[in-house]
Write a protein that binds this ligand. Structure first.
Ligand SMILES: *Cc1c(COP(=O)(O)O)cnc(C)c1O
Length: 328
């Protein structure tokens, strides 16, 4: 068993998924550049089909399956965006998808998945609860599980975003990447460290329930309590039986930074008012870290804006300053 996803796997994924995903823009933020004193570029995965980078990994994983597995039906558990990506990719290939969600997943995400024609099961109050239903469907109905992050094909797909950054900005010194289960961070760091060995890659998670940071501290995959956060797409554990992302993130990330709920709210507000973009909490954490001065970049910086699927009412409340983030 290989322990890492390699550059050639990511390059193969890029060729495989090219017809199905957008090559998203890398846009200079004049305001953030002025504020930090280095050029800051935003990688706009909020403009990806389905509103997040998750389509890259899901599409690659589905295209790597054999026809029989696809015909048995696909199943996954998700904080929303992976489920939407699997539903979208399955529809494009004429396959059936069942998406298991916990009651913490925001309604806008549930509705978006439903409108793609997927079967939805709402189970329990955590990703772990939703995963139990996935295991049952795999066992009893023979469905094929598409993991949200701890899977070589998913990681390779997410890594394609890192290749685009390396092509578009070879002078990149720092990449800030939102971090939850670590599929995105593993893929992006593998691509960046191979193509731009001098660049640093730093993960950003929320203070409330940062599973990868807790696992680093413990030296092994560790559970954290899943609590409500504005960065809802970063919720959930990394899996106690984690096979790939824990090791890859530990080997490849230079650091992990945590941001508070108020800082996430400030990042969302800044994206809306200054950059004119709708960004969800998980997608804003890199901006939050820069605004809060939690990292001081010393060269050209790329912030991965990983998604834009935020509930409109929540977004309005945050932008108007009425919602300052989940109070612990
Ligand atoms: C899933 C997700 C992340 C985190 O990705 P992981 O691979 O689980 O670390 C970050 N941002 C958004 C918008 C997501 O949907």
């Amino acid at each position: 068993m290989t322990m890492m996803v390699a550059l050639q796997d990511i390059e193969a994924a890029r060729r495989r998924i090219a017809p199905n995903v957008l090559r998203t823009p890398l846009r200079l933020s004049q305001a953030l550049s002025q504020r930090t004193g280095v050029p800051v570029h935003l990688k706009l995965e909020n403009h990806q089909h389905t509103g997040s980078f998750k389509l890259r990994g899901a599409t690659n994983a589905l295209l790597c399956l054999d026809e029989n597995a696809r015909l048995r039906g696909l199943v996954t558990a998700s904080t929303g965006n992976h489920g939407r990506a699997v539903a979208h990719a399955a529809k494009a290939m004429g396959a059936r998808a069942t998406i298991c969600l916990s009651a913490l997943v925001p309604t806008n995400k549930v509705e978006a998945i439903r409108s793609l024609g997927a079967d939805i099961r709402i189970v329990g109050h955590s990703q772990d609860d939703a995963m139990l239903e996935v295991e049952r469907l795999v066992r009893d109905e023979g469905m094929c599980f598409i993991p949200p992050f701890d899977d070589a094909d998913v990681i390779a797909g997410q890594g394609t975003l890192g290749l685009e950054v390396a092509d578009d900005l070879p002078e990149t010194a720092l990449v800030l990447v939102p971090l939850s289960g670590g599929g995105l961070a593993s893929g992006v760091a593998a691509a960046i460290k191979s193509r731009l060995p001098a660049a640093k890659v730093v993960g950003v998670s929320m203070e409330r329930g940062a599973a990868m940071a807790a696992s680093f501290a413990a030296g092994r995959p560790t559970d954290v309590q899943e609590v409500e956060t504005l960065a809802d797409s970063l919720g959930g554990g990394i899996g106690l039986d984690n096979r790939l992302t824990f090791r890859m993130c530990r080997a490849l990330l230079d650091d992990v930074i945590l941001v508070s709920e108020e800082e996430i709210a400030a990042g969302i507000r800044y994206a809306a008012l200054i950059e004119g973009m709708t960004v969800e909490g998980a997608g804003a954490v890199g901006i939050s870290a820069l605004l809060a001065g939690k990292i001081k970049p010393d060269g050209p910086t790329v912030v991965i804006v990983s998604g834009g699927n935020i509930d409109p009412a929540t977004h309005r409340a945050i932008v108007s300053g009425l919602d300052r983030g989940v109070v612990p």
